[in-house]
Design a protein around this ligand. Structure first.
Ligand code: ADP
Ligand code: MG
Length: 236
């Protein structure tokens, strides 16, 4: 058995798709710049979680991924570090709109994601704005005007801001749907579809979900192109 196969077996990783690269078993395998590795080490992390190990090499090939893994499995850094790597190589003008868009179901989650960006994205010098409902739009719009490489948003508020023509998606090249199953349960599918229609089709899309019911399979089939499917553990 190859080390990749042994790792997948031990950690219950299934990866389905064309020529799936082997997992980055150790942080040293990732090729991330030393500053990022230092940020990870100072957080006290010793090895990538299985979802990180298996999705990082695929995400770095600019491929679409649907990842099915329970909460607490380290999905946030699973997509944020590839986002930082993209931003390091492609410095778009944040005043013309974000390069990375992350959709998440709730204000709490969106805020937590922004906190991870602040904690781990320092050396990559990425700017980030968070857009969510239940708070006045004015401050969020002001922040947007200052420019953000990464926008983290709930679908409802982002769709409002989109309808006001206050955000431009022409530069978005990485779209992340975090907790896709929860966003659909909350009834956000129409807003998600409207938002995605504004994003250039030549993008990378990463979708994360804890469960794999038919509604999630349907939206994955519609929004992702030839994705690699990565499961950790058994699928509900
Ligand atoms: P999920 O989105 O899958 O629920 P999170 O991304 O919120 O999981 O991560 C859960 C916790 O694990 C967070 O506190 C995060 O900082 C931590 N974490 C992330 N990556 C690692 C790692 N490689 N080793 C140890 N802890 C990690
Ligand atoms: Mg999460």
């Amino acid at each position: 058995m190859s080390p990749a196969e042994a790792y997948r077996k031990e950690h219950e990783v299934t990866a389905t798709g064309d020529n799936v690269p082997g997992p980055f078993i150790r942080f040293e395998d990732t090729g991330f710049p030393p500053e990022i590795l230092r940020e990870i080490h100072s957080a006290g992390f010793s090895t990538p979680t299985p979802i990180q190990a298996q999705t990082w090499p695929i995400a770095l090939q600019s491929r679409d991924i649907v990842a099915i893994a329970k909460t607490g499995s380290g999905k946030t850094l699973g997509y944020l570090i590839p986002a930082f790597m993209l931003l390091r190589q492609r410095r778009n003008n944040p005043l013309k709109g974000p390069t990375v868009l992350v959709l998440a179901p709730t204000r709490e989650l969106a805020t937590q994601i922004q906190e991870e960006v602040i904690k781990f994205g320092r050396s990559s010098r990425v700017s980030c704005t968070c857009l969510y409902g239940g708070a006045p739009k004015a401050n969020q719009l002001k922040e947007l005007d200052r420019g953000a490489d990464i926008v983290v948003a709930t679908p409802g508020r982002l769709n409002d801001i989109l309808e006001m023509k206050k955000i431009e998606f022409g530069q978005v090249s990485l779209l992340v749907l975090d907790e896709a199953d929860r966003m659909l349960d909350m009834g956000f599918e129409p807003q998600i579809r409207k938002i995605v229609n504004e994003i250039p089709p030549r993008r990378q899309t990463l979708m994360y979900t804890a469960t794999w019911p038919k509604e999630v399979r349907k939206i994955a089939a519609d929004l992702l192109v030839n994705p690699v499917q990565v499961n950790i553990g058994s699928v509900d």
